[in-house]
Design a protein around this ligand. Structure first.
Ligand SMILES: Nc1nc2c([nH]c(=O)n2[C@H]2C[C@H](O)[C@@H](COP(=O)(O)OP(=O)(O)OP(=O)(O)O)O2)c(=O)[nH]1
Ligand SMILES: [Mg+2]
Length: 137
């Protein structure tokens, strides 16, 4: 089974975090995730995440420390998900390469149907609560 290294960001701005909804036509259609994507040859995870967020949402971010590493096996693939805490430092989000996006409060996380691999990340954010806005990793 193929293993993908995937980066994802918990992007913070003014007391909210950004979540994105996957396209209808992709795997995990219409599920919610922390935006990011597959690591490409020759780039660091931080460069990958910065690039993906620019491409998918037209946002500038500052990538801070690693927040959670999740290994997950789906039926057809394995992923090693590197999730970083980030700050949004510029731009107005646009759904350029995702179905939709939302800036949400922490407690709203429970209302969204996230991809399976993200559940440990959602749990960690919920357990930190508002403290997530005061830390960098
Ligand atoms: N970006 C992202 N992908 C995730 C998360 N959780 C999770 O299981 N994945 C899976 C879904 C995909 O099968 C895989 C790669 O993500 P992706 O579809 O965003 O990759 P990408 O942006 O590079 O898109 P593409 O070029 O492959 O179309 O990782 C997450 O929180 N964020
Ligand atoms: Mg992506």
């Amino acid at each position: 089974m193929e293993l993908f290294i995937v980066t994802a960001g918990v992007i913070r701005k003014e007391g909210r975090i950004l979540i994105a909804q996957r396209y209808v036509k992709t795997d995990h259609a219409l599920k919610w995730e922390f935006p990011g994507g597959k690591l490409e040859e020759g780039e660091t995870p931080e460069q990958c995440l910065t690039r993906e967020i620019e491409e998918e949402l037209d946002l500038r971010i500052e990538v801070k420390d690693i927040f959670k590493v999740v290994y997950h096996r789906y039926v057809d693939k394995e992923i090693l998900l590197l999730c970083y805490l980030c700050n949004c430092i510029g731009g107005q989000a646009k759904a350029i390469d995702c179905h939709d996006f939302r800036w949400i409060d922490i407690e709203e996380l429970k209302k969204y149907d996230f991809v399976e691999a993200d559940l440990p990340i959602v749990e960690k954010i919920l357990s930190l609560g508002e403290h997530i806005f005061e830390i960098d990793g």
